[in-house]
Write a protein of this length. Structure first.
Length: 486
C-alpha cells in the first residue's frame, strides 16, 4: 500500500512539472524579445544541464530518483526552450549554433521532446504579414498546415522571393514551439502552385469595392473606449476612403461597418492577435456582423501592447485581416496598402550609382514621398501606383515608356496635369528572380496630394528643382527611392 501511494505522489509531482513546463512555454511566446547576448549562454547551459539530468534519469535505481530526474529534465528543457524561442524569433540565423544535435535529441525520452527544437519540413498555405513598428518593420509570415499554424522566421531576406499570400509552399527549418526558423532560402512554392505567378501587374484584387468590417476591441481588465463607434467609422470610411477614392481615380472604394466595442477575455499585455481575431469574430457574429461577408477585417485594439502600430496581411486571401493599435489615418492607409498587396517603399543609397548593387544601403520606410514609406497623405510612388493598376489606362495619369535617349516632359506628380506623370525606364532583368526591372522618374512638388511634403524636412531646393527616381521590379515586392544626390 505505501509503495502505491509513493508512486501516486511521484506521478503527481511529475504532472506538476509538465504543467510548469507548459506554462513557461506559453509565457515565452509573449516575451519574445531578441537578446542573443544573454540567450545563447542560457541555451548552452540548459543543454549541459539537460544532458546531465538525462544521465541521472537513465542511471536512477529508485522510482523517486527517476521522477526527480525527469522533473529536472522538464524544468531545464522548458527554461532552455524559452531562450531558444527568443533566438528563433529575433535572431533565427543564430539557431544553428545553439541546437542540440539530432543524435542527442534521439537519446532523450519522449516526454521531454515537446520542449525541444526539431528539424521539420512543413507544407501549407502562406500568409504574408507585415508588422509596422514606426522605426522598423518585420515580416511576420504565417504558414497554415494540416497540423496547425506556424510562425515563420526567415534567416535570409525573403524580399522579392515571389511568395504571396495563398501560395502553397514547402518550408524547411528548425521548429521551436510554433516558430519555424527557416533554413536560408528554404521556403519554396510547391510545384503547380498558382501563387508563384499571381504577382503579375496590376495586382488582381485591387479594383472595386473593398468591403471592410472594423471591430473595436477592449479587454475585461481594461474596458476603456477611447473613441466612439462613430469616430472609428469616420476614420475608416471618411478620411481613408477619400484617400483611396482619390489616388485610384475612383477604381478602389471602401464600404463597410464598424461594430460596437467588444470586450475580450484576453490579457492585453500578451500580443495574442490570433486570439483577438477568433474572439472578436465570434463577438461580431453575435451582434449580426459576419466577418465572412467582408473582403477585409480590421481589429482596432488601442489597449493591446504589441509594440507595433499595425500588422497587416498582404494580398488576395479573403477576408484579409489587419490589427491596429492606433486609428491614425496614415497608419490605416498604410495597412490597407499592405492588404492591397503592397510591400514597403524603401530608400536606397548607393555609392556606385548602381541601384541594383548589393553594396547599396537600404532603409525600410526610406521613401519620403510615399505612404508605404514615410510620407503622410501623398499618393503612392509611380511603381506602387502601377502595381495597383491606378496608372494605366487613364489619360491623366499615364507613364511614358522610355526606350531611347531623348528629351521627355512630365507633369507635376500630384496635381491636375495633362502631361504624363512618370517616365518608366526599363533596366534589364534581375539575374536572380528573372523579373524585369525599371526606374521611374517623377516630379514631386508640395502641391495637391503632395502638399504635406512641404513639412517633411526635405530640402525645399531639392524638392522644387529635382526629379525623384524609384527603382523596383515589375512585380510585387519592394520599391526603392534612390538617393541620387551627387
Ligand atoms: Zn508596413
Amino acid at each position: 500500500m505505501s509503495g502505491l501511494s509513493k508512486t501516486t505522489r511521484a506521478f503527481h509531482g511529475f504532472r506538476a512539472a509538465v504543467l510548469t513546463a507548459t506554462a513557461l512555454l506559453a509565457a515565452s511566446a509573449a516575451t519574445a524579445a531578441a537578446t542573443p547576448d544573454t540567450d545563447l549562454p542560457v541555451v548552452r547551459a540548459g543543454t549541459a544541464a539537460l544532458l546531465a539530468a538525462r544521465a541521472d534519469w537513465a542511471a536512477a535505481t529508485t522510482a523517486d530518483d527517476r521522477t526527480a530526474a525527469a522533473q529536472r529534465m522538464l524544468r531545464v528543457a522548458a527554461t532552455r526552450m524559452q531562450a531558444l524561442a527568443r533566438i528563433a524569433d529575433g535572431e533565427p540565423q543564430l539557431l544553428a549554433s545553439a541546437m542540440l544535435p539530432a543524435h542527442e535529441i534521439a537519446r532523450l525520452p519522449a516526454f521531454v521532446r515537446p520542449y525541444l527544437e526539431e528539424r521539420r519540413t512543413v507544407q501549407g498555405t502562406l500568409e504574408v504579414r507585415w508588422a509596422d513598428y514606426g522605426d522598423h518593420a518585420r515580416r511576420m509570415d504565417v504558414l497554415r498546415s494540416d497540423d496547425g499554424r506556424w510562425q515563420l522566421r526567415y534567416t535570409t531576406d525573403p524580399r522579392n522571393s515571389r511568395l504571396t499570400t495563398g501560395t502553397s509552399i514547402e518550408a524547411t527549418g528548425v521548429a521551436v514551439g510554433d516558430l519555424l526558423a527557416l533554413d536560408p532560402g528554404a521556403a519554396e512554392a510547391t510545384a503547380g502552385s498558382s501563387g508563384a505567378t499571381s504577382n503579375a501587374l496590376p495586382l488582381a484584387y485591387v479594383f472595386g469595392e473593398q468591403r471592410m468590417l472594423v471591430v473595436p476591441v477592449n479587454f475585461t481588465t481594461n474596458t476603456a473606449t477611447p473613441y466612439t463607434q462613430a469616430q472609428v467609422y469616420d476614420q475608416f470610411f471618411g478620411g481613408v476612403a477619400a484617400y483611396y477614392r482619390d489616388v485610384s481615380a475612383g477604381r478602389t472604394w471602401l464600404t463597410g461597418d464598424v461594430t460596437p466595442w467588444v470586450t475580450l477575455g484576453l490579457d492585453p499585455n500578451v500580443c495574442d492577435i490570433e486570439g483577438v481575431a477568433a474572439q472578436a469574430d465570434a463577438a461580431a457574429r453575435a451582434r449580426g456582423f459576419d466577418p465572412a461577408g467582408y473582403a477585409r477585417v480590421a481589429y482596432v485594439m488601442p489597449a493591446m501592447n504589441c509594440g507595433w502600430a499595425g500588422l497587416a496581411v498582404t494580398g488576395p486571401a479573403q477576408p484579409t485581416r489587419t490589427w491596429l493599435t492606433t486609428t491614425q489615418t496614415r497608419v490605416i492607409i498604410h495597412e490597407l496598402g499592405h492588404n492591397l498587396g503592397l510591400h514597403h517603399s524603401r530608400g536606397r543609397t548607393c555609392g556606385d550609382l548602381n541601384p541594383w548593387s548589393s553594396a547599396c544601403q537600404s532603409y525600410e520606410y526610406g521613401d519620403l514621398f510615399d505612404v508605404m514609406g514615410n510620407a503622410d497623405g501623398s499618393p503612392f510612388n509611380a511603381l506602387q501606383m502601377r502595381r495597383l493598376g491606378y496608372f494605366d489606362g487613364d489619360a491623366a495619369a499615364t507613364t511614358t515608356l522610355v526606350s531611347a535617349p531623348g528629351d521627355y516632359t512630365i507633369g507635376t506628380y500630384a496635381s491636375t496635369t495633362t502631361l504624363p506623370r512618370a517616365l518608366r525606364i526599363p533596366a534589364g532583368t534581375d539575374p536572380v528572380t528573372g523579373l524585369p526591372r525599371s526606374l521611374y522618374v517623377t516630379l514631386r512638388q508640395p502641391i495637391g496630394r503632395d502638399a504635406a511634403l512641404a513639412y517633411t524636412g526635405i530640402d525645399p531646393e531639392r524638392l522644387n528643382h529635382g526629379v525623384v527616381v524609384n527603382a523596383g521590379w515589375e512585380s510585387d515586392g519592394d520599391v526603392y527611392l534612390i538617393d541620387s544626390t551627387p
